[in-house]
Design a protein around this ligand. Structure first.
Ligand code: APR
Length: 253
């Protein structure tokens, strides 16, 4: 019997795959209470990213960026916990059907869920870095009584994440491109695929013969262009279903 539902086709492809890589974005953490950047209820609907998330804007007025963006980000990320979208990927990894996650998210929720190989393409908010002495401090150790918060040396602290206008850490970029070129399936989950260079990662995978499976409630620039399958819906709902379908197939082999 030919499986016609996209989620069944996706489970078929994954259960026969050798090397699977996932690229994730803000959408996978929406069910953990972290708003996305774009689309309905997105952060960039309320504020201009070039005014609050560009390195020039931060260096020009760190207090303003801390007040408008980073302080609230800390409040939200402090209480965020992994959701079934994150744990579904851990299940796929434990079945040997997912090797590495390339995430654009700075929330650390993949690692908190138990994923063992995560490339943090845009850094991690769990650390702050001093602009002067370059020392890193755990974000939960930073005293926000003073904005912008300062390092012991008196230097201003900034999140150890990638602002617009900054380079992606070379090791993360090169490793992601290599894995994309070598995988036979790429899961693209909860990203609008609008921001470079992460948005080019699925194209590298496609150019090297991989199947592209998207999980997103909305179409993206990849949909109908390079995606073989689109699972239209929320990650917290569809990723566990997908893992369940793969488990059923592996158990029936
Ligand atoms: N499950 C899956 N996908 C979802 C869900 C959900 N519950 N809710 C929303 N989405 C989708 C949206 O339809 C959208 O396509 O997630 C995507 C979120 O897109 P963005 O907010 O643009 O996030 P992302 O693609 O990760 O942004 C890339 O841009 O602002 C910068 O540095 C920031 O890492 C970020 C980068």
């Amino acid at each position: 019997m030919i499986n016609t539902r996209p989620i069944d086709q996706a489970a078929d492809i994954l259960s026969n795959a050798q090397t699977v890589v996932a690229l994730t974005g803000a959408g996978i953490s929406v069910e953990s209470g972290i708003p996305p950047f774009r689309g309905k209820g997105g952060l960039w609907e309320k504020m201009d990213p070039m005014e609050v998330a560009h390195i020039d804007a931060f260096l020009e007025n760190p207090e303003r960026v801390w007040r408008l963006l980073i302080k609230d980000m800390k409040t939200v990320l402090d209480t965020a916990r992994p959701n079934p979208g994150h744990t579904g990927l851990v299940d796929l990894e434990q079945m040997g059907r997912l090797q590495t996650i390339i995430t654009q998210n700075v929330d650390g929720l993949h690692q908190a869920a138990g994923s063992s190989d995560v490339i943090e393409f845009h850094g991690n908010f769990a650390w702050q870095r001093c602009l002067d002495c370059d020392q890193t401090i755990r974000t939960d150790q930073v005293d926000l009584a003073k904005i912008p918060p300062q390092c012991g040396c008196g230097g201003i602290l900034r999140p150890d994440c990638i602002f617009f206008g900054e380079m992606i850490p070379p090791e993360a970029l090169v490793r992601s491109q290599q894995l994309a070129a070598a995988c036979d399936v790429m899961l693209v989950i909860g990203t609008s695929a609008m921001v470079q260079p992460s948005a080019s990662i699925p194209f590298i995978a496609k150019d090297n013969g991989a199947d592209i499976i998207e999980v997103n409630p909305e179409p993206t620039p990849l949909s109908g262009r390079i995606s073989n399958l689109q699972l239209m819906g929320r990650a917290a709902n569809l990723v566990p279903q997908l893992a369940g379908g793969v488990r059923k197939r592996l158990n029936s082999h």
